[in-house]
Design a protein around this ligand. Structure first.
Ligand code: PFF
Length: 459
């Protein structure tokens, strides 16, 4: 078991890469569509609460494991708890990453197609309905959807086979701020459309009458998805981090950036949805219909559209890199000579796994698993079951297997942490997170519905 030799060349490099993993389709594509189908404001508020009260503590927990051991996911758990089954958390993370990347890359492929389209299409004068039709046509084409998914995976493999710091760190410094800036342009345009306020209300004003057990479960899954939690990616990334960096500060900046981009995404999408008379319940296609429509109403919209798709592609790729990286790191275990082969084999298997998802909006649209298409089924399984399960196990593992004093020391490196904050973190991690996740899980097994029926009969 070699000590990790790769180190981030700067703290900024680590933050940008971890934020790059976090910020991606979760905040920009998934959050708006899940919020749209789950009632809007109330969903978003619960998502924010989960992000701060559970996501941040869990992110810190993953960072602590990684930096403390300086090992990739599976070995990290083995180092802390040798001769036990705890390293299965790492294995679970790898399986989850594998499944997640298989459908993530399909959406990455859609973005590639849209980027290509952005160069060739004159969006001016096109109606939102036409954009809807264009989306359906695009993803229903089996060869195109599979080809685009393949190219996206190919890009991911090529970068990961080059190695961590070289591959990822360099470009994030320019692309992420550029994405933020461009989002602000879209938000300004979206908010100044006629009828935009209704969208702002939908997104920010909570209506709790629409909250169900499902809303809570989805909000929890979304919080973990957006922060890349529960798969031990953040364990692997922080294992490359030097001791002099402050973990709480890094974690807080990543959570703040993720929340910021989530708000920007919501404010970019929902005002436009209502202004254009579209439905917020459009589902996965939502941003692919709404955003081009916003661009078509902006001067130089075509140029902005190209830029936006390019930056969204970048954000999606940095998340995909993290997913493949954790798999590759667990295979190579620090032996860099194996990196190339591992990246190709894992990447190609993920491509194959993704094919049914790529066909889910076309020829497999009617083939259902538990009432869902293959794509939606995988997304449900990963986001609402596997990620929370991984997070639950990490929340149990850290306080159980690492001494409180060691945790305090690890969190105090770089800059000291106040005892109160440490204690709040500890309580949230040890008690609140497991209870909240288990309660949300009750929805999956239908417990709340059952309870409702029983109470209804009694009263
Ligand atoms: N956080 C990424 C996003 O929001 O797009 C997705 C993701 C990446 C989830 C890595 C989980 C993960 F381990």
């Amino acid at each position: 078991m070699s000590k990790n030799t790769e180190q981030w060349s700067s703290k900024l490099g680590f933050i940008l890469a971890a934020a790059g993993s976090a910020i991606g389709l979760g905040a920009i594509w998934k959050l708006p569509y899940v919020a749209g189908t789950s009632g809007g404001g109330a969903f978003f508020l619960i998502f924010l609460l989960f992000t701060v009260l559970l996501g941040l503590p869990l992110l810190l927990a993953e960072f602590t494991i990684g930096r403390h051991t300086q090992k990739e996911a599976v070995t990290a758990y083995r180092t802390i708890a040798p001769h036990t089954k705890w390293h299965w958390i790492g294995r679970l993370g790898i399986v989850t990453s594998f499944l997640l990347l298989s459908f993530y890359s399909v959406v990455g492929g859609w973005i590639l197609i849209y980027l290509f389209r952005a160069f060739t299409l004159n969006i001016h004068g096109m109606t939102p309905d036409q954009f809807g039709g264009m989306f359906q046509e695009t993803i229903a084409n089996p060869a195109l959807a599979i080809f685009a998914h393949f190219i996206f995976m190919l890009l991911t493999i090529l970068v990961i086979q080059m190695g961590v710091s070289k591959g990822i760190e360099r470009s994030s410094k320019i692309m992420m701020p550029a994405l933020f800036l461009l989002f602000i342009v879209i938000v300004v345009r979206s908010l100044t459309l006629d009828g935009a306020m209704e969208g702002v209300r939908f997104f920010l004003l909570p209506d709790f009458s629409s909250v169900t057990g499902e809303t809570v479960l989805f909000a929890l899954g979304q919080a973990f998805f957006s922060l890349s939690l529960g798969v031990s990616i953040m364990v692997t990334y922080s294992s490359y981090l030097k001791s002099k960096e402050s973990l709480p500060k890094s974690a807080t900046s990543i959570v703040a950036l993720t929340i910021f981009i989530s708000i920007l995404a919501g404010l970019a999408i929902f005002p436009a949805v209502f202004a254009f008379g579209l439905e917020p319940t459009e589902g996965p296609p939502l941003i692919f219909i709404v955003l081009p429509a916003v661009f078509s109403s902006i001067p130089f919209g075509s140029v902005f559209f190209i830029l936006f798709m390019a930056l969204l592609l970048f954000a999606t790729l940095t998340s995909a890199f993290s997913l493949l990286e954790i798999i590759v790191a667990s295979i190579t275990k620090g032996d860099e000579t194996k990196r190339k082969k591992a990246a190709w084999i894992a990447g190609l298997l993920i491509f194959i796994m993704g094919v049914p998802s790529a066909l889910s909006y076309g020829i497999l649209a009617d083939t259902l698993f538990f009432g869902l298409t293959f794509f939606d089924f995988l997304d449900y399984l990963v986001s609402n079951i596997l990620l929370p399960l991984g997070a639950l196990l990490i929340a149990i593992f850290v306080p159980l297997k690492i001494k409180k004093t060691t945790l305090f020391e690890e969190l105090s490196k770089g800059s000291s942490i106040k005892k109160v904050w440490f204690n709040i973190w500890y309580v949230l991690l040890r008690y609140i997170a497991p209870v909240a996740i288990i309660i949300a899980f009750f929805h999956v097994i239908g417990f709340w519905d059952y309870l409702n029926r029983v109470l209804f009969r009694i009263f």
